[in-house]
Write a protein that binds this ligand. Sequence first.
Ligand code: PHE
Length: 339
Amino acid sequence: MQTIKEQFAADLAAAKTAEAVEQVRIKYLGKKGSITTLAKNTDFRSLSAEEKRSFGSRLNELKNYAEEALAAAKETAANAAPAKKSTGLDLTLPGTGRTLGSLHPISLIQMELESIFQGMGFTVVPSPECELEFYNFDAVNIPSDHPAREMQDTYWLKNQMLMRTHTSANQVRTMQRLGVPLRAIFPGRCFRNEAVDPSHENTFYQCEGLVVDKNISVANLIAVMKTLLSEIFHRDVTVRLRPGFFPFVEPGFELDLRCLLCEGEGCSTCHGTGWIELIPCGLIHPKVLECAGVDPTVYSGFAFGAGLTRLAMMKFGIPDIRLLNAGDVRFNEQFPTYV
Ligand code: PHE
């Protein structure tokens, strides 16, 4: 009995789960368990009355001891179980929220422009960033010996193509594709070989606009530009035209916006002039129309090249152009998720 008791204690100590405890119970107290069969296997006839009594009481003691120990072990195993099964889920911890990305300021201004122009009956035309030299330069009246080429140095590709220096590269393509009369804009990315500083980038965005019809004049150009700027800045704006030279317009202008911050008094944003140079534009040069197969004696038109990057910087008060391409999440997160 002593041997059985010791074995039982060792087995039970090793049993850590409810199932293991149950196995120990079966081994000792089950039908064929060693304690149960102890009485069966004993030849009582060979024992005296005194020995029978003593054996019986010691067997009962052993049984009671085993039953109690099993009950205690079962309880311990049951209590330990939930902790062992824990998935590590703690409902009291703060949740991990999902964040939506935000729209880039250039995307925001582009979407806004597209919707304003669509409201005025313009078509939004997709345009390639990688261009033929012909469309970027020659077609817009910049032959290979023209000094304007030097001002618009760019990245030349190995296949005679280049990264376009302005969205004007799409003027002749668009007239060839859509025919005239037409009203179209083509926003997109442009590239120049620039030394980068707070107001110059090698990669920037423009939105070109083109209107060709009969009797198009500078008055139409001014009206469209004023509508555009009033919509963007949500207020009436004052504009002026200054002569500006671009080989593909005649006459060519720089359209200035009266400074919105100082109302023309002069401040640091407008460098004390009261005006902000904003949109180069002009009436389409007859040579460009001819190049696109449009008769300049019948049709006329205007073109403008709004700097999307500059507009975004003005609208959102962005002080350094390099922030736009830097990909700094802290900068990008400040803009809305949708329009
Ligand atoms: N393409 C010119 C530039 O990038 C801007 C422009 C467009 C000027 C259309 C006149 C008309 O500088």
